[in-house]
Design a protein around this ligand. Structure first.
Ligand code: UTP
Length: 287
């Protein structure tokens, strides 16, 4: 049995420049899809997968993400006095000691953000969830990946087929043998141009990683875009530890882009009984 995964790391220190001006004073992960911020979806997915400790990698201007998971004392008291149900607040309350935060003082890249969690995760395996990759599946994407982890151990990345002309937006896997939805990873390259991409299997924002990735990240080597890339550090573990790419049964919405964000609101709105009728009516008239 591989060591259980108890920690999930949520890197939320990015600048979110593609969604400006919305992200000028509001963290990207606090932007709302239907009735809850992106971070809530990612935390729900992690909890469903059995994660016990949530590690946020934050930075300047990100305090609202941590406040969001606090107890809103005045709000709760007023709601109680007015006889209003506090049930909608339940998922946004972290348990005592469930949420841990670390600052990434400079946004030096995703790999660097993960490395900032090393003193918390220590010698334990951990999951990574990028909240702007909203994954809609039942069970959730991370829970599906946990099933593959129990079978194979080692490192697991979530991978989806991407259009060849888009390979330069993803970490791309060089695939080996495949069985039961898990593909052996022989290599990986960050943001290759389509001609150089070893496949069209793109890594999306969910990972289960062994603690040794932190040693690789400590070299602080800069990769694509001059950033410290997680993909480059993960690639160094191939051949030393089991490494698989898992195709989960879930729809991904890239909420770090305007179109992906708008589509996610539409898709999840269509699944919400309170919202769907109005959306359908509007689409029938204007769609
Ligand atoms: P993105 O590549 O989406 O970058 O980061 P970004 O800065 O958030 O957004 P754009 O490109 O400027 O629009 C992927 C994930 O890694 C985190 C981000 O918060 C996001 O969850 N990240 C990225 C960090 O935490 N620190 C970094 O230095 C870079």
């Amino acid at each position: 049995m591989p060591k259980p995964v108890r920690y999930a790391v949520f890197p939320v220190a990015g600048l979110g420049t593609r969604l400006l001006p919305a992200t000028k004073t509001m963290p990207k992960e606090m932007l709302t899809i239907v009735d809850r911020p992106l971070i809530q979806y990612a935390v729900d997915e992690a909890r469903e997968a059995g994660i016990e400790r949530l590690v946020f990698i934050t930075g300047r201007g990100k305090a609202s993400l941590v406040d969001y998971f606090d107890m809103a004392y005045e709000l709760e008291k007023t709601m109680e006095e007015r006889g209003k149900s506090k049930e909608p607040l339940a998922p946004s309350r972290a348990g005592f000691g469930e949420l841990l935060t670390v600052r990434q003082q400079e946004p030096l890249g995703l790999g660097h953000a993960i490395w900032c969690a090393r003193h918390i995760t220590g010698d334990e395996p951990f999951a990574v969830l990028l909240p702007d990759d909203l994954m809609v599946g039942k069970p959730g994407a991370l829970k599906q990946m946990m099933a593959a982890y129990e079978e194979h151990g080692g490192n697991i990345v979530c991978a989806q087929d991407v259009p060849r002309e888009k390979t330069s937006s993803y970490g791309i896997v060089e695939p080996g043998e495949s069985a039961n939805g898990a593909t052996e990873v022989k290599g990986m390259v960050e943001k290759p141009v389509p001609e150089d991409a070893p496949s069209t299997l793109g890594i999306v924002g969910r990972y289960i990683l062994q603690p040794e990735v932190m040693d690789e990240l400590s070299a602080h080597e800069k990769g694509a875009g001059g950033e410290i890339q997680l993909t480059d550090a993960m690639a160094k573990l191939i051949g030393k530890q089991p490494f698989h790419a898992v195709a989960v049964d879930a729809v991904r919405h890239d909420c770090g882009t305007k179109a992906g964000f708008a589509l996610a609101n539409l898709a999840l709105g269509m699944d919400d009984p309170e919202v769907a009728p109005r959306l359908k009516e509007w689409l029938a008239r204007n769609g």
